[in-house]
Design a protein around this ligand. Structure first.
Ligand code: ZN
Length: 269
């Protein structure tokens, strides 16, 4: 085990009844909070706004709730299936920081599934297994959640769901301490043809919207933080020499941009 569990339990309401058939994987959605912040906040918050069992961050695992009692964590029918609900922080500043926590996160999810007698699967078609909040949002009965964590945060670091599934079920590729080989970095699995372009707004000539393209998929970058993050992703996975100078600016009716739009599918997070 590559982690120790610090227990700082707050009694949470029991939700549903045994058997609990899922372990839920979350990320906090907060780009600034530490594991300590999250645990402190948990002990002061209104429980009716949500409960979870573990927070992973800064190399630590803090357990804030007892497992095996259901949680108010996915905003729908599968709250009552949660044996455990694991959050990971989103404030990693470097890849090394992210990888340390990601490895713990995967291992903890795996260990909790084993402990709860839950199949070691991620987001497969069955009721029992490890589920991302994203998967719950799209598949659970009585869904009232619009959360899609932890998928965008994992994607930000180049981890697809297929990679996440593999890392949870089989162990992360860096899980061999003492091995001096360069760890195999997680890869975005689609084509590595990545770039950013800007498109002038139809409604306001002064404004350009940024889009990130990866193979035949594109998505809108809602703010400068995203632009900066995706520039780093491009450098890491596609073009190490990428700079803002390479980002084309198109008029909204330019043939080039229409071509990009025709050959890529826009996806949302
Ligand atoms: Zn969540």
């Amino acid at each position: 085990m590559a982690y120790t569990v610090e227990r700082r339990i707050r009694q949470s309401p029991q939700v549903g009844v045994p058997p609990y058939r899922q372990v839920h994987a979350h990320s906090t959605g907060n780009p600034r909070s530490t594991a300590q912040n999250e645990a402190d906040y948990y002990h002061n918050k209104n429980m009716y706004l949500g409960t979870f069992s573990h927070i992973v961050g800064n190399g630590r695992v803090i357990q804030v709730g007892e497992v095996g009692r259901g949680f108010w964590d996915v905003g729908g029918g599968w709250n009552a299936e949660a044996y455990a609900a694991v959050e990971m922080i989103e404030s990693h500043a470097t890849r090394a920081e992210f990888e340390r926590d990601y490895k713990i996160y995967c291992e903890l999810l795996r260990d909790l599934a084993k402990q709860g007698g839950i199949p070691l699967t991620v987001d497969d078609g069955n009721l029992a297994g490890i589920k991302t909040h994203n998967y719950c949002t799209y598949h659970q009965p009585n869904n009232n959640s619009d959360h899609i964590d932890p998928n965008p945060y994992l994607a930000k670091w180049g981890i697809s769901i297929a990679q996440f599934r593999k890392d949870v079920c089989e162990g992360t590729s860096t899980s061999n301490p003492g091995n001096n080989e360069k760890p195999e970095l997680p890869q975005i699995e689609e084509e590595k043809n990545m770039f950013i372009y800007w498109k002038r707004s139809k409604n306001n000539n002064e404004v350009f919207d940024a889009f990130f393209v990866n193979g035949n998929k594109r998505f809108h970058l809602p703010n400068q933080t995203w632009v900066n993050e995706m520039r780093e992703v491009i450098k890491r996975h596609s073009d190490p020499t990428w700079t803002a100078d390479k980002e084309f600016r198109y008029n909204y009716d330019n043939f080039g941009v229409l071509g990009i739009e025709k050959t890529t599918e826009e996806i949302g997070w």
